[in-house]
Design a protein around this ligand. Structure first.
Ligand code: MCN
Length: 802
C-alpha cells in the first residue's frame, strides 16, 4: 500500500505533524530551478582538473609538467612541492585529518597531493588550473608522472594475512587497528555448553556510492576581505569549514562554506577529501575563483567507498533454539588512507549492533582494520549497521538450518521482549524501545508466510525454486551523546543547533545545522514548527547548508536530522513560546502561570476572550514599546540539542524470490517491509526513504560490487561495469509500519534515512539461500552480489559435489 500525498493547504495546522503532505522542495527541483554546484558561474572563474595516480601502488620518481604547462589556457600546474612552498608558515598542514581516533590506531599521513608515493589508483598527484574545463582536463592528461610500480594488495583479509605488500611503513602488517568488543557474558562458556553450533564465512563486498551528482566545488578567495568562500557538494558544511580550515591553515571565521542543491550523497559527501581542499588552495593561491567538477569516472575512483568486510561468524544454540552466544571476526578494509570517519564505521557502528533484535547472553567481536591499496572506505548509507544486520540475519538462518526448524521460529524465540526496554546488549549499547515481534508478525502476515511455505513445497514438485528471506534488522541512528562519543574517540561533538526566529510580521525563519541533500527537511522541519507554534505551514521558511546563515552545525548523516536537528528546533520553538507567554501575560494583564498556549494563541485561563495570537506577540516583541521590565526585544531562540542516546529503529523485511536453476537468475516476486521509525513526521517522506534504501540494499544483494584486478586497478570504474539497480530491477514493495516512539527525544522520532538499506540485502540473500536449499548449495558460495553467474556457480558447485 502506498501513502497518498496531501496538499498542505488542505491540512489543519493541528494535524500537520504526521501528515503525508507534498514535499515543498520538489517544484523547484523538477522544473530545473535548483542551483547545483556546477551551475555556479563566477567572473574570472578558472577550472581545475586533477592528475590522479594510474597505479595502485608506486613510487613517484618525477613529475614532468613542462608539456602540459605549454598547452592552451593553462594557468598553472601544482604538485605537493608547490603547496609546501606556498602560504604556510611553520608546520605544513595539507593533510586530511582522521575524525575518529581508536586506541592504538595507526595514524598515517594522508596528504592532499601525493608525496613521493601513491597508494591507490586515483590518488591525487597534481592539479592543473586552466581557463576552460576541457583545457584543464587535456593538460592533466599531458602531465608525465614517472612511476616505479610496487606490489599491491586490495583484499582486507589478504592485507593482514602477514604475507602482503606493506601499504604504509608505519603499519608494516597493514593493521590499522585491532578492536575487540564483548560484554559480561562468557562466550567460550556459551560455546562449550551449546547443543548445536553453526558457522559461516561471508564477504560484504566493496560498494561505490554513485550519488546522482558527482562531487564538485567552486572556491573563491576575496583578497579585499581575506575571506574564502567555498560552495560544494556537502552533507555537512560546518564540518567541512572546520576540517578544511585545518587542512589549509586558513582561519575558520573567515571561511564561508555553502551547500547549494546537492544531488544525493548517501554518505559520500560527508568526508573531507583532497579535491575540495585543492580547489580552495588554488583559488587562494591564484586569487581567482576556481571550479572543480568530478567526472563520473573520477567519482568511482575518488569518492569514499563503502563496506568491504571479510567475516567469520559462529553461533551457539540450545536444542530448544535459544541463542547462547555469538562470535564474530571481521577484517574490515580502510583502503589506502584513513578517511574522515572510517575507523568508527566497522567498530562503533558495526560491532555494537551484533546483538540484532535478539537477547544474546554472550557476544565477542573482533575487528581488524586493514590498510589496502584501494580507495579509502568510509560511511556509505547504513555505515556499519548493514554489515552487522547482514552477519546476524544470515547466521540466524544457518542456526535454523542446524536445528532443522523454520527460520521464523528461531527469531520468535529469541527476540528481546517488549518489557525489557531499555535493553542493554552485550555489545555496549542500550536499545531505547521496541516491539520486534509486533513488526515481525505483521510482516509475515502481509506476505502470507504459512501459505507461502505450502506454495513453495508445491512449486518444488514442479522443479521451481521459490524462496523466502527474513530480515529482522536493528539500527542505531543519531549517534550520541557527545560526551560518550568523545570517550569513544570522536573528534567532534554530535549535537545539533536549531534557531527559530519570528519576524515582526509574524512569519517564521528556522535555521538548522543539518543539510538537506534529498531528505525533504524543508518540509518536515516546517511541519514540526507549524505544530509547535501553531503558525501556518506556508509562513515558515527553513534554512540549512550555509555557515554564514547558520553559524554552527554538525550536518546530515547517520539518520540524525529528524531526531537531533528536529529536536533542536523543537527546543527553540518551546523557548520562543515561553518568552511569548511572558509578553502575552504582560499585555493581557494576567499572571504568566495563567497563560495557556494552544494552536498559536495565548489565552488567559478561564477567560477565553482574552487572547493574543503568537504573531501579535512577535509584533510586540520587536516594537518593544511595552515589554515586561528588563526583557530584551525580539522573538527568537537558539538551542544546541545533545541527545541522551542513539535512537534504535527496527523492523522486518521479507523477500520472496524465484531462482532459475539453469541460469542462476534471481527474480524478486514480492517484497514486504514493516518498519518502525517511531513517530512519523511525514509518512510519505518516510515511505520514500525506505523505498530508496531498499533499492540500494537490493543493489548490493544482486548487482553492485567494486572489483579490483590483481594489480589494484579498479575494474568497475564506470556505469557500464558497476551495475546499480535500474527501475525494472526494483520490485513493487509493500511498505507498512508499526509505531514505537523514541522515549528520549521530544518528537518521539527515530531515524529512517538508512533503514531500508540496512534491512534489504540479507532479506534477498536469505531468500535465494532458502530457494536453493533443496540443491544443497553451500551458503558460503552465496556471496553478494548474487549475479546469475555467482548463483549458477553455487548450484554447479553443489551438484558437482553431490
Ligand atoms: N522523518 C520522518 N519521520 C521520522 C524520521 C524521519 O518524517 N520518524 C523524515 C525527516 O524529517 C527527514 C527524512 O525523513 O525529512 C529523513 O530523516 P532522517 O532519518 O533523520 O535522516 P537524515 O535526514 O539525517 O538523512 C540522512 C540519511 C542518510 S544517513 C543517508 S546515507 C541518506 C538518507 O538519509 N542519503 C540520502 N536518505 C537519502 N535520501 C536521498 N534522497 N539522498 C541521499 O543521499
Amino acid at each position: 500500500m502506498s501513502v497518498k500525498t496531501i496538499d498542505p493547504d488542505e491540512v489543519d495546522v493541528s494535524e500537520i505533524l504526521g501528515s503525508a503532505i507534498e514535499r515543498r522542495e520538489d517544484p523547484a527541483l523538477i522544473t530545473g530551478e535548483g542551483i547545483y554546484t556546477d551551475d555556479i558561474q563566477r567572473p574570472r572563474m578558472a577550472h581545475m582538473a586533477i592528475v590522479r595516480s594510474q597505479y595502485a601502488h608506486a613510487r613517484i620518481d618525477g613529475i614532468d609538467t613542462s608539456a602540459a604547462a605549454e598547452m592552451d589556457g593553462v594557468e598553472g600546474i601544482y604538485t605537493h612541492d608547490d603547496l609546501a612552498a606556498d602560504h604556510t608558515p611553520g608546520d605544513l598542514p595539507f593533510m586530511i585529518p582522521t575524525g575518529w581516533l581508536l586506541p592504538d590506531l595507526k595514524q598515517v599521513e594522508y596528504p592532499i597531493l601525493a608525496i613521493d608515493k601513491v597508494r591507490y589508483q586515483g590518488q591525487p598527484i597534481a592539479i592543473v588550473v586552466a581557463e576552460e574545463r576541457y583545457q584543464a582536463r587535456d593538460a592533466a592528461g599531458a602531465v608525465d608522472v614517472d612511476y616505479e610500480r610496487l606490489e599491491s594488495v586490495t583484499n582486507p583479509a589478504e592485507a593482514v594475512s602477514g604475507d602482503a605488500p606493506t601499504v604504509h611503513g608505519e603499519a608494516p602488517d597493514n593493521v590499522a587497528f585491532d578492536f575487540e568488543l564483548t560484554g559480561e557474558g562468557d562466550v567460550d562458556e556459551a560455546f562449550a555448553n551449546a547443543d548445536t553450533t553453526a558457522s559461516l564465512s561471508l564477504s560484504n563486498q566493496r560498494l561505490i556510492p554513485n550519488a546522482m551528482e558527482p562531487r564538485a566545488a567552486v572556491a573563491e578567495f576575496k583578497p579585499g576581505t581575506g575571506e574564502l568562500e567555498l560552495e560544494m557538494t556537502t552533507q555537512n558544511p560546518h564540518l567541512h569549514r572546520l576540517l578544511l580550515a585545518g587542512v589549509l591553515g586558513f582561519p575558520e571565521h573567515k571561511f564561508h562554506v555553502v551547500a547549494p542543491e546537492v544531488g544525493g550523497g548517501f554518505g559520500s559527501k560527508i568526508h573531507v577529501y583532497p579535491d575540495e581542499a585543492l580547489a580552495c588552495w588554488a583559488a587562494w593561491h591564484l586569487e581567482r575563483p576556481v571550479k572543480w567538477q568530478a567526472t563520473r569516472s573520477e567519482s568511482y575512483l575518488s569518492d569514499a567507498h563503502g563496506r568491504d568486510h571479510e567475516t567469520d561468524v559462529e553461533i551457539a544454540l540450545s536444542n530448544q533454539g535459544d541463542i547462547l552466544g555469538l562470535k564474530v571476526d571481521t577484517d574490515a578494509a580502510m583502503g589506502a588512507y584513513l578517511s574522515t570517519f572510517a575507523p568508527a564505521v566497522p567498530t562503533f557502528l558495526y560491532a555494537t549492533l551484533l546483538s540484532g533484535q535478539y537477547d544474546i547472553p554472550a557476544i565477542y567481536a573482533n575487528v581488524t582494520g586493514a590498510f589496502t591499496n584501494a580507495t579509502p572506505v568510509d560511511a556509505y548509507r547504513g555505515a556499519g549497521r548493514p554489515e552487522a544486520s547482514f552477519v546476524v540475519e544470515r547466521i540466524v538462518d544457518q542456526a535454523a538450518r542446524a536445528l532443522d526448524v523454520d527460520p521464523a521460529d528461531v527469531r520468535r524465540r529469541n527476540f528481546v521482549d517488549p518489557d525489557d526496554f531499555p535493553y542493554e546488549t552485550q555489545v555496549a549499547v542500550a536499545y531505547d524501545s521496541g516491539d520486534y515481534d509486533g513488526a515481525f508478525e505483521k510482516a509475515l502476515d502481509i506476505v502470507g508466510y504459512d501459505a507461502f511455505r505450502e506454495r513453495q513445497a508445491a512449486a518444488r514438485e514442479q522443479g521451481r525454486y521459490l524462496g523466502v528471506g527474513l530480515s529482522c534488522y536493528i539500527e542505531a541512528c543519531g549517534i550520541a551523546p557527545s560526551e560518550l562519543v568523545g570517550e569513544l574517540g570522536a573528534q567532534a561533538g554530535l549535537w545539533e543547533s536549531g534557531t527559530v526566529r519570528f519576524s515582526p510580521s509574524g512569519t517564521v525563519m528556522a535555521y538548522c545545522g543539518t543539510t538537506n541533500h534529498g531528505q525533504g527537511h524543508a518540509t518536515t522541519y516546517a511541519q514540526i514548527l507549524a505544530d509547535e507554534l501553531g503558525v501556518d505551514y506556508d509562513m515558515i521558511e527553513v534554512v540549512e547548508g550555509d555557515t554564514d546563515e547558520v553559524p554552527q552545525g554538525m550536518g546530515t548523516y547517520g539518520s540524525r536530522s529528524a531526531a537531533v536537528g528536529g529536536s533542536a528546533l523543537v527546543e527553540s520553538a518551546r523557548k520562543v513560546v515561553e518568552k511569548g507567554r511572558q509578553i502575552a501575560a504582560h499585555h493581557l494583564e494576567a499572571d504568566e502561570s495563567d497563560i495557556e498556549f494552544e494552536a498559536g494563541q495565548f489565552s488567559v485561563s478561564g477567560a477565553p476572550d482574552r487572547t493574543m495570537a503568537i504573531q501579535e506577540v512577535a509584533g510586540a516583541a520587536y516594537l518593544a514599546h511595552d515589554l515586561p521590565e528588563g526583557m530584551e526585544p525580539g522573538l527568537e531562540a537558539t538551542s544546541f540539542y545533545d541527545p541522551a542516546n542513539f535512537t534504535f529503529p527496527f523492523g522486518t523485511h521479507v523477500c520472496v524470490v524465484e531462482v532459475d536453476p539453469e541460469t542462476g537468475d534471481v527474480a524478486i516476486e514480492d517484497y514486504v517491509a514493516v518498519d518502525d521509525v517511531g513517530n512519523q513526521i511525514n509518512p510519505k517522506i518516510v515511505e520514500g526513504q525506505i523505498h530508496g534504501g531498499v533499492a540500494q540494499g537490493i543493489g548490493q544483494a544482486l548487482f553492485e560490487g567494486a572489483v579490483y584486478d590483481e594489480n589494484g586497478n579498479l575494474a568497475t570504474g564506470s556505469m557500464q561495469d558497476y551495475a546499480v539497480p535500474k527501475a525494472m530491477d526494483v520490485p513493487e514493495m509493500e511498505l507498512e509500519d508499526t509505531v514505537t516512539p523514541c522515549p528520549h527525544n521530544p518528537l518521539g522520532v527515530k531515524g529512517v534515512g538508512e533503514a531500508g538499506t540496512i534491512a534489504a540485502a540479507q532479506a534477498v540473500v536469505n531468500a535465494v539461500e532458502d530457494a536453493l536449499s533443496p540443491l544443497g548449495v553451500d551458503p558460503a558460495d552465496l556471496d553478494m552480489p548474487l549475479t546469475g553467474e555467482t548463483v549458477w556457480r553455487a548450484i554447479q558447485n553443489a551438484e558437482g559435489g553431490s
